[in-house]
Design a protein around this ligand. Structure first.
Ligand code: NAD
Length: 290
């Protein structure tokens, strides 16, 4: 193995500390803590774990946490009512509706009623549009976390060839937008891409977000590439990424492991987005260095 391993866990811990350090200054100026509301519908075990850890991380950062766990049978109208009441609640700066929602609920309709100023997941079309046209926006946590790791590793990303594998609204598309904002030359590959290995081989940066276990092999990579593996796949009780770590680490210059790479960044950036939203809502300048 020659690649440096990018320690997302350590970076995420530092980010969480920086957020926590900025909370008291906000609280003294705004007269309240920043607050994050997380809404869970149903009892998907993975979602329960995520919601619990988001609540704990929120409290650990010194923020207020509001958890709403609703029964699987909750109707869409009731969920929309709850989101609207959170929109009106001044203690709440960020609203996160945990996905996936049960099948009888249209997640787009629910996300569409979140106040864009409180949309800390960055999934509302207003925030997606703002990102696309290069305006200030709340940006989805996972891709923003990937950009932070890339800039920490590479510094200026200008002019680099970046290949994003995956075009979801949650990861692939905002990732590509963020890389364009950093002046990369961006290719977005997806399930219909022809000759994916040849496309991936162009990348000085490769971001893998396809949800296909260990699909990207070492001989698909440009030597020295920086590889960010967003994938979380469970095989035989073990978590693996979308990149075949062993072969990739022999070719790449740097690579994120799974677990311990991108995963921990998501919650850290969620706290960062909540703090940013709180400042904007209170009419305060954005916290520096976050
Ligand atoms: P998704 O299923 O919504 O999208 C997957 C994308 O990959 C699609 O655009 C599809 O076109 C593309 N794709 C599928 N098969 C492909 C193939 N064989 N070749 C090329 N492209 C292919 O998934 P998502 O929500 O974007 O998540 C992607 C992965 O990232 C999943 O493993 C998910 O668990 C993980 N994820 C991790 C975090 C985190 O915090 N680390 C957050 C979100 C998602």
């Amino acid at each position: 193995m020659s690649a440096a391993v990018i320690d997302g866990k350590a970076f995420a811990e530092r980010l969480r500390e920086r957020v926590a350090e900025a909370v008291p200054a906000f609280a003294s100026r705004a007269g309240r803590k920043p607050g994050l509301a997380v809404v869970l519908v149903g009892d998907d075990p993975a979602s329960r774990v995520y919601v619990r850890s988001k609540g704990k991380a929120t409290l650990a950062a010194g923020m207020a946490s509001f958890e709403h766990c609703l029964a699987e049978a909750t109707g869409q109208a009731e969920l929309v009512d709850l989101v609207q009441s959170l929109n009106r609640d001044d203690r709440v700066d960020g609203i996160l509706v945990q996905l996936p929602l049960p099948r009888h609920i249209d997640d787009k309709a629910v996300i569409g009623v979140i106040d864009p100023a409180k949309d800390v997941d960055g999934f509302h079309v207003e925030n997606a549009g703002r990102l696309a046209v290069g305006e200030e926006a709340l940006v989805p946590c996972t891709p923003l976390g990937c950009i932070m790791l890339l800039k920490d590793r590479l510094g200026d990303l200008s002019g680099l060839e970046a290949v994003v594998v995956g075009r979801s609204n949650i990861v692939g598309k905002p990732m590509a937008q963020l890389l364009i904002r950093e002046n990369c030359t961006v290719t977005t590959a997806h399930s219909r891409t022809r000759d994916l290995p040849a496309v991936v081989r162009r990348g000085d940066i490769v971001v893998a977000a396809a949800g296909r276990a260990e699909m990207i092999k070492g001989d698909w990579l440009k030597p020295g590439a920086t590889v960010i593996d967003v994938g979380i796949n469970r095989i035989a009780g073990k978590l693996v990424g979308d990149v075949d770590f062993e072969s990739a680490a022999a070719t790449a210059g740097a690579i994120t492991p799974v677990p311990g790479g991108v995963g921990p960044m998501t919650i850290a950036v969620l706290l960062r987005n909540t703090l940013t939203a709180a400042h904007a809502r209170a009419g305060l300048p954005a916290p520096e260095g976050l």
